[in-house]
Design a binder for this molecule. Structure first.
Ligand code: TXA
Ligand code: MG
Length: 336
C-alpha cells in the first residue's frame, strides 16, 4: 500500500504548472510540435497530450503513464472538419454529432486513408477514437498546435483520474514538464465512447461524461458493448481491472462508515453515519454535481492521513450515475 499523507513535492520533482495565458499556450503548442508532452485541461479530466502523428511523441505518453501499450489512445481535434480528416463519420450520425460536439463524446470510426496517425496510438487497429473537447484552453491549444493530439488522462496508469493541475503534478511528477492550468474539470468523468463504425448498431464502449439517455435522445438506442480492450478480461491478468483506483481499499453501497473509514456520501441523508472524514458528492442529489466532484473527493479521502479505507454510499444507476458507478466499481476492483 502506498497510502501516504500529501507531502509537498520537492522543487525539482514536479512539472511546471502555468496559467493558460496566450504565451503559455503558444509555448505548449511548440513543445507538442517538437514531440514533447504537455498536460492540459479538458472539460472531462486533464489530458496528457502528445502529437498523435509522431511515434516518438506517442511513445512518450505510454512511458510517462506506465500505460500498457495494447491500450489505444483518443485523438483530440478542434472541430468536426478536423475529425472528418481522420475518420469516416457515417452520414446517419452526422447531425447528432454536430449537436454533441464540442463535448464529452468520443467517436470510434474507421480511419481515413492517409490520416497520418501513429500506429502506436491506435495499436495498429483500423479504427480510431476521436474527440472534440469543449474546454477553451484545450480548444486554443489544439488550434495553436495544428496537429491531432493524442491524450489519455494525465495520471500514472491505474491511478485516479486528475481533475485539477495539482492532481496531475502529484501523479506524474517530473514525467510531464508542463501542465497548462485551466481550473477544475467541469464534467469530472472521462468522455463517453461510442463506436459508430456500423451506424445500424451504435455501440457504447465506455459510459462517461455524456449521459446515455442524452446520447440516445440524439442518436436513438445504443448497445452497451465491451471496449476493444476489455480491461477485465483474464487474458490481460488484472492489468487494468483496478483502473481509476485510489491507494486505499474501497467498498461500495455503504449505509454507514466505520471510524477508520472516509465516507463518500450522496444526497441529503448523509448525517450521523460515522466515518473519520466525510465528503458529500452532492447534498442535493444532483448527479452532474456528483460526477464533477467524484475524482477530486476520492483524491482527498485517499490523501487524508486519518482515513484508512474508503466507504461509498449508493448512487442511483441512471443518467450520469451509471458512469459514476462504472468508475467506482473499477476503483473497488482488487488490485493486481
Ligand atoms: O475524457 C476523455 O476521454 C479523456 C480526456 C483527456 O480527453 N481521455 C481519456 O483517454 O479518457 P483514455 O486513454 O483514458 O481512454 C482511451 C480509451 C481506451 O481505453 C480504449 O478503451 C478506447 O479509448 N479506445 C481508443 N481507441 C479505440 C479504438 N480504436 N477502438 C475502441 N476503443 C478505443
Ligand atoms: Mg485514464
Amino acid at each position: 500500500m502506498s497510502a501516504q499523507p500529501e507531502a509537498p513535492l520537492p522543487q525539482n520533482a514536479g512539472p511546471r504548472i502555468a496559467a493558460a495565458s496566450p504565451a503559455a499556450i503558444a509555448e505548449a503548442a511548440a513543445m507538442l510540435r517538437a514531440g514533447g508532452l504537455v498536460a492540459f485541461p479538458t472539460e472531462t479530466v486533464y489530458g496528457l497530450g502528445a502529437d498523435a502523428t509522431q511515434d516518438g511523441a506517442v511513445a512518450g505518453i505510454f512511458q510517462a503513464k506506465g500505460r500498457p501499450t495494447f491500450n489505444p489512445l483518443i485523438v483530440h481535434v478542434p472541430d468536426l472538419d478536423a475529425a472528418q480528416a481522420l475518420i469516416d463519420i457515417p452520414p446517419a450520425v452526422l447531425d447528432a454529432v454536430l449537436s454533441l460536439w464540442p463535448g464529452p463524446l468520443t467517436l470510434v470510426a474507421n480511419q481515413r486513408p492517409n490520416a497520418g496517425i501513429s500506429r502506436l496510438a491506435t495499436v495498429g487497429l483500423p479504427t480510431l477514437a476521436v474527440r472534440v473537447p469543449a474546454h477553451p484552453v484545450a480548444q486554443a491549444l489544439l488550434r495553436a498546435a495544428g496537429r491531432p493530439i493524442a491524450a489519455p488522462s494525465a495520471n500514472r496508469s491505474g491511478n485516479l483520474s486528475p481533475t485539477t493541475p495539482a492532481h496531475v503534478a502529484r501523479s506524474l511528477g517530473a514525467a510531464v514538464p508542463l501542465v497548462l492550468a485551466g481550473g477544475r474539470a467541469e464534467v469530472g468523468l472521462e468522455s463517453t465512447i461510442l463506436d459508430v463504425t456500423d451506424p445500424a448498431h451504435l455501440r457504447l464502449l465506455r459510459p462517461g461524461g455524456l449521459a446515455r439517455d442524452v446520447l440516445e435522445r440524439f442518436l436513438g438506442p445504443v448497445e452497451r458493448s465491451k471496449p476493444v480492450i476489455d480491461d477485465r478480461a483474464p487474458s490481460a491478468p488484472g492489468q487494468l481491472a483496478s483502473h481509476y483506483a485510489p491507494s486505499k481499499p474501497l467498498r461500495l453501497d455503504a449505509v454507514a462508515a466505520e471510524p477508520h473509514e472516509g465516507f463518500l456520501t450522496f444526497g441529503p441523508d448523509a448525517f450521523n453515519r460515522g466515518g473519520a472524514l466525510r465528503r458529500n458528492l452532492s447534498a442535493e442529489g444532483d448527479l452532474a454535481e456528483a460526477a464533477a466532484n467524484l475524482f477530486a473527493m476520492l483524491h482527498e479521502l485517499d490523501q487524508a492521513p486519518e482515513v484508512q479505507a474508503i466507504a461509498v454510499m449508493a448512487v442511483p444507476d441512471e443518467g450520469l450515475g451509471s458512469a459514476i458507478l462504472d468508475r467506482l466499481r473499477r476503483a473497488a476492483a482488487p488490485r493486481p
